[in-house]
Design a protein around this ligand. Structure first.
Ligand code: ZN
Length: 136
């Protein structure tokens, strides 16, 4: 397993990690297979979405904050239930295809770490299942 470290700069933020993940595909020497990404955190998530127009990530983050406000009469003692809820909505894992050493994404797609309780330093865990690997 490999790990990426991602520093976030604000409480709610979508950080484009596409280039970091692509570099990791090269470092891991993956030619053909599936790359799994996982965040071991309860207040951030992962998403694939448009990275061509930066206003899209701002719209997603802004709308999630509108849907799940920070003050919402929650029960959780830590005071960050909105962060947990937004993390649950985005999810903590992705599975992506790699072919001929290249991470396959749609033309307008990028990979985002979705921060909901920053700023913090986060980890993304990466593990591949390569074409030709024996099934367990
Ligand atoms: Zn909490």
């Amino acid at each position: 397993m490999e790990k990426l470290r991602v520093k976030t700069g604000s409480r709610n933020e979508m950080v484009d990690i596409t280039d970091k993940v692509s570099l990791m595909v090269k470092k891991m020497g993956i030619m053909d297979g599936i790359l799994h990404l996982f965040v071991p955190h309860t207040t951030c998530g992962l998403a694939v979405n448009e990275n061509a127009d930066p206003s899209v990530k701002a719209d997603i983050s802004g709308k999630l904050c509108g849907l799940v406000p920070e003050a919402g009469g929650y029960n959780h003692f830590e005071g960050n239930s909105d962060s947990h809820i937004k993390a649950a909505l985005t999810g903590s894992c992705l599975s992506l295809f790699v072919e001929e050493g290249v991470l396959l994404l749609g033309r307008w797609q990028g990979i985002f770490l979705c921060e909901f309780d920053g700023p913090r330093e986060r980890e993304v865990w990466l593990k591949s299942v390569r074409q030709g690997d024996k099934p367990f």
